[in-house]
Design a protein. Structure first.
Length: 499
């Protein structure tokens, strides 16, 4: 992005179109690059003088300054001085106060005295006095991967981003809508999705009464453009508040592109309540898998994309989960109307209790969870239990009352995975051909063979090896079934003994 003073737009016909570069401007981009490259090792003052000369020669000084602004962010400047400038100034000013500097001779005397205090020489003190001023700093590295072509393309993207600072609404159609909505959510922008004759349109609303003239919100609009421009095909229309006059900005995929350099980073994950919920829920060992930004849901003429989906790990069931934060009353009303148009979906909504919309959500047949600051996992677990009970009952109904696994040794977990059901369903079945040892199922013939292999007085490690050879990991339950206990010998291991 550029600063507003470097914005170049055309207002012809009531529009608001950025004045993009053309291939002929690549020569000017090369000259700006050359000025920076030619001043590595020199003071910033000399660099700025070189840029000023170039501005005077160019047809558009704002374009020169725009190229320079992008390179400035990549450049590395440092203070070079024999003595720390703060120490040099302190010593010199204290010496000047005692001497009383009026004439050049008195100034030299003050510098001499300061040099004595710093164990240096007057020339070093004088050279260090103001070396940390911005104009005195030295360009030590350009540190950029820009060439004239990528610099020009980055300028066009930055120019378009700057033009969006004063947008009040953005409407986007994209060949990659999922990436677009993901970016909208990461940037915490208010949005809705409409169906149009041309396809789905993402409408991002701007800083209204709640975010009046918010610079931060305008910057988020600008950041969103980077994701928009990465799609193969896209079209963006924005309503711009141009000093009180409403104007239309239109951009398409042929206008700008995203160069390989990426000087402006976008947030990589939702902040606030959503990311906190995702992190904590994902860490739990539940029968649900949380998915960010699932598929769109039809809601009448519009589309809703919930914040999350919770997938049942043992079947084809998906519960959608939306987090309603502190939004404007108008936006909340719009969201609730979308919820009312949802059909045949399981929907769970966590809402900021300050909104007071729990009854309205419940009235539409969706489960509502109030929260303050953070969504409590206990509340989410309580909301999931009715679904879990029904899903487990369906899983149990799909299996016979007893199972006869082919393997001589298997586990509850392995059978649950094999049949696609929770472990709790397997635990309630009968196994006529196997005996249950803890969470392991073993045929009697295997136990008979182990009775001959395991004997009292064996080291525990040897007994465990015998059990593992037969596929049994639960040594404690198996040894107990065979009539043995373990006599522990400190930290060195144990010995198998008869009970």
């Amino acid at each position: 992005m550029l600063t507003k003073d470097l914005l170049r737009v055309s207002r012809a016909g009531g529009g608001y179109q950025p004045r993009f570069t053309d291939p002929d401007d690549e020569a000017l981009a090369a000259r700006v690059l050359g000025v920076y490259q030619g001043h590595v090792g020199e003071r910033r003052e000399a660099l700025e003088a070189g840029l000023t000369n170039l501005e005077r020669e160019a047809d558009d000084f704002k374009l020169v300054r725009g190229f320079a602004k992008l390179l400035e962010r990549e450049a590395v400047f440092e203070t070079r001085a024999p003595i720390d400038p703060v120490r040099a100034r302190t010593a010199a000013f204290e010496a000047a106060e005692s001497v009383g500097v009026v004439t050049d001779a008195e100034r030299e005397a003050a510098l001499d005295r300061a040099a004595e205090r710093l164990d240096s020489d007057p020339g070093a003190v004088e050279a260090s006095l103001f070396a940390d001023r911005e104009t005195e700093q030295v360009l030590v590295d350009l540190g950029t991967r820009y060439d004239p072509d990528t610099l020009r393309r980055q300028y066009d993207l930055s120019l378009a981003q700057t033009a969006l600072f004063d947008a009040t609404e953005i409407r986007v159609r994209s060949s990659d809508p999922k990436a677009l909505v993901a970016a909208v959510k990461r940037l915490r922008l208010m949005y809705e999705i409409r169906r149009t004759e041309e396809g789905r349109e993402v409408v991002v609303t701007g800083p209204d009464a709640l975010f009046k003239r918010s610079r931060r919100y305008g910057t988020r609009f600008a950041r969103l453009l980077r994701t928009v421009a990465k799609a193969n095909e896209w079209r963006l229309e924005a309503t711009i508040d141009d000093r009180g006059t409403e104007r239309l900005l239109v951009l398409e995929d042929g206008d700008i592109s995203v160069p390989g350099t990426d000087p402006v980073a976008e947030p990589t994950f939702d902040s606030g309540v959503e990311s906190d919920f995702y992190a904590r829920f994902s860490s739990l060992d539940l029968d649900w898998e949380v998915v960010r930004e699932p598929e769109p849901l039809a809601a009448g003429e519009h589309v809703v994309i919930p914040d999350f989906a919770l997938d049942w790990k043992h079947g084809e069931f998906r519960l959608f989960f939306e987090v309603m934060g502190f939004w404007t009353p108008e936006y909340v009303e719009k969201k609730l109307s979308r919820f009312a148009d949802l059909e045949d979906v399981a929907f769970l909504v966590a809402y900021d209790e300050s909104l007071g919309v729990g009854e309205a959500i419940e009235a539409e047949g969706h489960r509502a969870i109030p929260y303050s600051g953070t969504v409590r996992l206990k509340d989410v677990r309580d909301a999931l239990r009715p679904y879990e009970k029904e899903l487990r009952a369906e899983s149990a109904a799909s299996l016979p009352a007893e199972l006869t696994p082919d393997a001589d040794v298997t586990t509850i977990a392995e059978l649950a995975t094999e049949h696609g059901v929770p472990e709790s369903v397997i635990e309630n079945l009968d196994f006529p051909d196997h005996e249950r040892l803890g969470r392991t199922l073993v045929r009697p013939a295997v136990l008979e063979a182990l009775a001959d292999e395991v004997e009292a007085g064996m080291e525990l490690s040897g007994a465990e090896t015998c059990l593992e050879d037969h596929g049994i990991d639960d040594a404690s339950a198996a040894l107990s079934r065979l009539g043995y206990r373990v006599e522990w010998e400190g930290l060195g291991g144990g010995t198998v003994r008869e009970k």
